[in-house]
Ligand binder design. Sequence first.
Ligand code: AMP
Length: 517
Amino acid sequence: MNVAEWLARSARLHPDNPALFSGEAMLCDYQGFARAAGGIGAGLGAKFDVKPGDRVAIFAGNTPAYLDVLFGVWFAGASVVPINAKLHAREAAYIVKHAEASLIFASEPLGSELAEALGQDCPPLVDLQSAGFAALRDTAPLELPVERDPGDMAWLFYTSGTTGRPKGVMISHGNLQAMVFSYFVDVDEVYASDAALYAAPISHGAGLYCLQHVLRAARHVVPVSGGFDPAEIFALARRLDGIHMFAAPTMVKRLVAAGRESGENGEGIRTIVYGGGPMYLNDIMEAVEVLGPRFCQIYGQGESPMTITALNRLAVSDRNHPRWRERLASVGCAQSIVELRIADAEGGPRDVGETGEILVRGAPVMAGYWRDPEATAKALRGGWLWTGDMGSLDADGFLTLKDRSKDVIISGGANIYPREVEEALLLHRQVCEASVVGVPDPDWGERVVAFVVAEPGCTPEPEDLDRHCLAHIARFKRPKHYRLVAELPKNNYGKVLKTELRAMLDDAQDNACPASA
Ligand code: AMP
């Protein structure tokens, strides 16, 4: 089945339900939304000769037209290649070429920059603000989406990749359907009165959450700023009510800080799904305190989009549960649609409580990487997706993430998981953000170095941080050096770039302040 069927059905059943919004302004109802998508679907074939199975790229920030294009491309039976708007045009050009996209939708100035980077290799490019795009949307629409099999590709997502070239994750219509059903079963319900708010990039997993809202004929709201502005979000929530949004942990932290400062309590926000990076215990406790029981967590990756584990609202908010804290520090239990295993390097099982690589299999897992059999064979082994994340399961099936396998530090033969050290550092009241890496050491193999962003107006002393760590974690895990920085280097999705942190140390080894011996 083609996921665009859900739009066609919602338009038939609920033609007058409000659909797309720019801020508070309604742009169209479900009938109008399906008409636009059907028009783009028809126009793609008629005007650009796009055929089912072709790839169509989108290089744009968040805008309501993004949703028209997503469903328009699906109506035509083609696959969407979403490109993060924060990528450099040269990086975007690599993706367009690798995917062999036959058409690009883009907003300006991104489109011109991309066209220049592609030169004569540039396929036809449609500017989302142009009269040409409006005409495409007004093409006599397809009534129904082109038929698709569950295994046909719908979403070719290039991994954010903190090293090397990005890989194209092939996500099928069947994968997306599994993701949506699992969301309803394990994460949260969605009602027609809800409003999906796109504060995170639509080009990432957050954009895929449009599907459950289309299925329920709920509203889709793109903030006028096109991005993440806490004041705008609070104002929209109060006016529109029933807000549902995905937020990376850094966004949650900013929302909470803004709420604390302005006295906002999150009124009008029904659900904030957080994930995509580590949420530290103190931060989520503070978030629930300031904004209330509105939070659920998911753990997923492009290769199994939004669908590995979930920690539902009750588990996040139920302070009376005897293991509330442990559970809050976890990423929850396996979503119903997937199997989860913790494995050693050879794929052998790990016991409860033991750390190993997280393996997943099930209906949402990708078929492989686009035209990359080598990377596919590495990631999909023995029928399982090897996530590259390390973690452990407790007796009840709650998964605690440690780190990416490549970020684990081995010092004196002992494994040190940076996350544990970061959690400890964040308990220090002068520490705002922390990231821990291992650097080569002639005696120990590797030694632990901590990068610390201080709270405004604070300058924590290395000796003080060292005392603090000794009070919270095993002696051998504590950092040997501290480096105070104004900010941590992050990729376009807000993930800390540990490779850059290591490179900073290579450049200026002697600048790190040693902790007391
Ligand atoms: P991406 O493929 O860009 O979505 O990145 C996926 C990676 O983000 C995962 O493999 C994890 O390392 C990390 N991640 C995703 N969700 C969580 C979460 N809830 N907690 C901690 N890390 C997460």
